[in-house]
Ligand binder design. Structure first.
Ligand SMILES: Cc1cc2nc3c(=O)[nH]c(=O)nc-3n(C[C@H](O)[C@H](O)[C@H](O)COP(=O)(O)OP(=O)(O)OC[C@H]3O[C@@H](n4cnc5c(N)ncnc54)[C@H](O)[C@@H]3O)c2cc1C
Length: 766
């Protein structure tokens, strides 16, 4: 008893008497923290300080506020946006023939370029005052996604000027003069922009660009002025071959002190007309056969005035920060839009094809093996669309959530790749043979483009998500890091002292909370919703608490080493990402009014994300170098074992079945997919065949029965089948007429394109 009283007194003294606490706890902890603090490079520090946190911070805190989460309203289109979507967008979609664009012309037709420019597709993010459309991120994402269901080449061409580039940078940082000159020209399509950061030596490590700008005197418009002499060599630049204005990132130096004391000024962005003397638009690349413009740009000793720096002289050296601040929005919209398009097309078309295509006497979609692939497509597409919407919601709220957009870019493009692979497997030869009727091939070929650009995926997963999440989303770590780097040691110690107590309380709450939730299966956790999703909220809260505990322990034990141990830290990033994706699924289910038809999809997605969360923890514990800590964490979080499992077979079958049912669920899940009411159309031919076959399902059923009884010969199709069925009086004359048309559609749908000798060799398809 005496010992307990003594312990309590010691703890009370330590906590309540600041001087004792500071010298016995805070000071050693402060020294330890400084020692293990991950050393931040200036570029990392800028990345860390750029952007906001949002729902990711809730998930990282271990205490997600679900009520607050559900109060967030899903964005609605304005009247102008809706009118554009109903008119200009539909007109553009009807103009796109992706086979011709990619295989024949390697370019968009002139009339498409003209239409895109005239209708301001390039000006969705430019303000109305400059003649732009000023559309929300939600409209931007919807428009790019829907174009991508038709042509990746057209979608990339439209998306780039609406992502990070001159338009975005000018809007945020441009001087009035720059805005007034350039933005109206970009808005009405007079100018086409590109933005050049990447070069042969600097890809992912974009901060290491070797391109230079030297401040010096030179001649501009007949006068001697102080300006910049530029040398650059850039590659992979989208729209560069057709751009009339080049956004250029380079490192600026002032060796003669013409601008001030600082010699090494840093990364700077400038806008340069491509017809300026010395600017050389180089050769074109061929990015996996896609037809969007992509190429090189060079410049040797090109002299530009200082006024061409985006934002003017004041923004010299601030380029990296500008890029980091603006990257978020584009990263959360563009490539995710392409991935969402993949999800919508693969779900709609695979469901249709799996019904239309029959082998062994029945639709292939009735075979369990095919259903497994279909279930994955449908279930994953539910997450894709949910994630697209949730991230766009944050962007519409004016947030610039860097961790969320990194998660969205990485996971959506990876999921896009997975559903594309599964769709190719189900379509087999139909997906492989290119031609006007192949709606998968070009998307399949373009998949690595999405994986690579705007932050290559391996880097995004391994460096960015947890690396930034741990500091940005953690309730205390960033503030503690700032305290530790305070040049005034005493002030830093005081700041640290007040944070430390809260941090210790937070960590203790995470430990005991995790243990309690693990022992009780999280059944005492509050859930904001009743019904079939209630248990998922409880489990997600539990995993959120587990993440908070594990992240803290990992940072405490490994300090700066955690950054280098990418395989470990990426797994914690995966946990955060799966919690975010599962939240997005739950939000969409509620926002869409809890549709019963969605339940198999919702169940697939949530089981999958919980399973992957468990697997990420399992991998983390198995590989964490301090085995005592690893086992303590594992026992605290999963005292009764890890029981999350993959979606069940029954669930996969339910999703697959739903994908083969025409109706509202299918339409709601695939609304981005464009198809024309035309049997020659890329997607229309499959859609029409599917709908006709479903409409006449009863006739086919009767015929199958008659075949079984031997009234109609086996293996007949098309006209022969219709004639035989009519002759055996299995169908009426009207039914024969309908069946004939349906059989024609079916034959077109299972058909692939073939070309006369010489056509492919000469690329003269049209
Ligand atoms: C079609 C296309 C269009 C593009 N458009 C533009 C454009 O308009 N403007 C522009 O400036 N750039 C553009 N890019 C460049 C694009 O952003 C870069 O390709 C990208 O940054 C990756 O650079 P890299 O290809 O040189 O790969 P590398 O940097 O060589 O990377 C190779 C691999 O290593 C991984 N990796 C690198 N470092 C790490 C690390 N620390 N941890 C873990 N993994 C790591 C990467 O994830 C990648 O998987 C485009 C590229 C393509 C292919």
């Amino acid at each position: 008893m005496e010992i307990i009283i003594l312990l309590v007194v010691v703890v009370v003294l330590l906590v309540a008497v600041p001087d004792i606490r500071r010298s016995l706890i805070t000071r050693p902890a402060f020294a330890f923290f400084k020692r293990v603090l991950p050393p931040l490079s200036p570029t990392e520090r800028e990345a860390m300080q750029a952007g906001d946190t949002w729902w990711d911070a809730d998930l990282f805190s271990g205490r997600p506020d679900w009520h607050k989460f559900h109060q967030t309203k899903a964005p609605q289109f304005t009247e102008a946006e809706q009118a554009f979507i109903d008119n200009q967008l539909e007109t553009l979609l009807a103009m796109l023939d992706d086979f011709r664009i990619v295989q024949q012309d390697s370019d968009l037709p002139k009339k498409v370029w003209d239409y895109i420019r005239k209708e301001k597709f390039f000006a969705m993010i430019i303000g109305k005052e400059f003649g732009g459309l000023d559309f929300s991120p939600a409209a931007n994402s919807h428009i790019v996604s829907r174009i991508a269901t038709r042509s990746i080449s057209a979608a990339v061409s439209v998306m780039v000027p609406n992502s990070l580039g001159p338009g975005e940078l000018l809007t945020h940082y441009g001087t009035d003069e720059q805005k007034n000159y350039w933005l109206p020209r970009l808005a009405d399509g007079t100018d086409i922009p590109c933005f050049a950061l990447t070069g042969p030596e600097a890809g992912s490590d974009a901060g290491a660009i070797p391109d230079t700008g030297i401040i010096c005197k030179g001649e501009f418009e007949g006068k001697e002025v102080v300006g910049i002499r530029l040398n650059w060599s850039k590659r992979y630049i989208t729209l560069a071959p057709v751009a009339t204005v080049l956004g250029l990132a380079f490192k600026l130096y002032d060796p003669d002190g013409l601008m001030g004391e600082q010699k090494d000024i840093g990364i700077t962005c400038a806008l340069i007309p491509t017809n300026h003397p010395g600017v050389e638009t180089g050769e074109r690349h061929l990015p996996l056969n896609q037809a969007f413009m992509n190429g090189t740009t060079y410049g040797k000793d090109v002299f530009i005035p200082l006024e061409w720096i985006i934002g003017g002289k004041d923004y010299a050296g601030k380029g990296w920060r500008m890029l980091m601040e603006c990257l978020s929005a584009g990263r959360g919209i563009s490539l995710p839009a392409l991935a969402a398009a993949t999800g919508h097309v693969t779900e709609r078309m695979t469901g249709a094809y799996a019904y239309v295509r029959q082998q062994f006497g029945m639709p292939i979609g009735l075979f369990e093996g095919v259903q497994a692939a279909m279930g994955k497509i449908g279930g994953t597409n539910y997450t894709l669309e949910s994630m697209r919407r949730l991230t766009v919601t944050a962007l519409c709220e004016g947030k610039s959530p860097s961790v969320i957009t990194a998660m969205t870019k990485y996971h959506m493009t990876e999921m896009g790749r997975q559903v594309m692979d599964a769709a190719m497997d189900v379509h087999a030869g139909k997906g492989i043979q290119l031609g006007p009727r192949n709606y998968l091939g070009h998307g399949y070929m373009a998949t690595p483009v999405s994986i690579t650009v705007e932050g290559a995926n391996i880097l995004t997963r391994n460096l960015m998500i947890f690396g930034q999440g741990a500091t940005r989303c953690h309730p205390y770590v960033l503030a503690e890091m700032e305290a530790a780097s305070n040049p005034n040691e005493d002030e830093g110690l005081q700041q640290f002292d007040s944070l430390l107590l809260k941090h210790i309380g937070f960590a203790a709450g995470n430990f005991f909370g995790s243990l309690f939730m693990g022992l009780t299966g999280a059944r005492f956790n509050a859930s904001p919703m009743s019904g079939p999703t209630a248990r998922y909220y409880q489990q997600l809260t539990r995993m959120s608490r587990a993440l908070a505990l594990t992240a803290d322990m990992a940072m405490l034990v490994m300090g700066g080493d955690l950054k280098r141990r990418e395989m470990l830290s990426a797994r914690l990033g995966d946990v955060l990402s799966h919690l975010y994706m599962a939240s997005a699924v739950l939000k969409r289910y509620e926002d869409d009014g809890r549709q019963s038809g969605d339940l198999p999809f919702v169940e697939y997605a949530l089981e999958h994300h919980l399973y992957e969360t468990g697997e990420a923890f399992k991998g983390f514990f198995a590989n964490f170098p301090n085995r005592i800590v690893a086992w303590t964490l594992r026992l605290a979080i999963f005292p009764l074992g890890i029981h999350y499992h993959k979606p069940s077979d029954a669930n996969l079958q339910a999703v697959a079945k739903s994908m083969m049912e025409p109706g509202v669920t299918r339409d709601r899940h695939t609304f981005l997919c464009f198809w024309k009411d035309d049997a020659k159309d890329m997607t229309g031919h499959m859609e029409l065949a599917f709908l006709a076959m479903r409409e006449h399902a009863n006739i086919y059923k009767r015929i199958r029965k008659a075949v079984k009884h031997g009234d109609i010969a086996e293996d007949l199709s098309g006209d022969e089948l219709v004639k035989a069925a009519r002759k055996a009086e299995v169908i009426t004359a009207d039914e024969a007429k309908a069946l004939k048309k349906t059989e024609q559609l079916r034959m077109t749908a299972i058909g692939v394109d073939q070309f006369a000798p010489g056509v492919i060799e000469k690329r003269k398809f049209y």
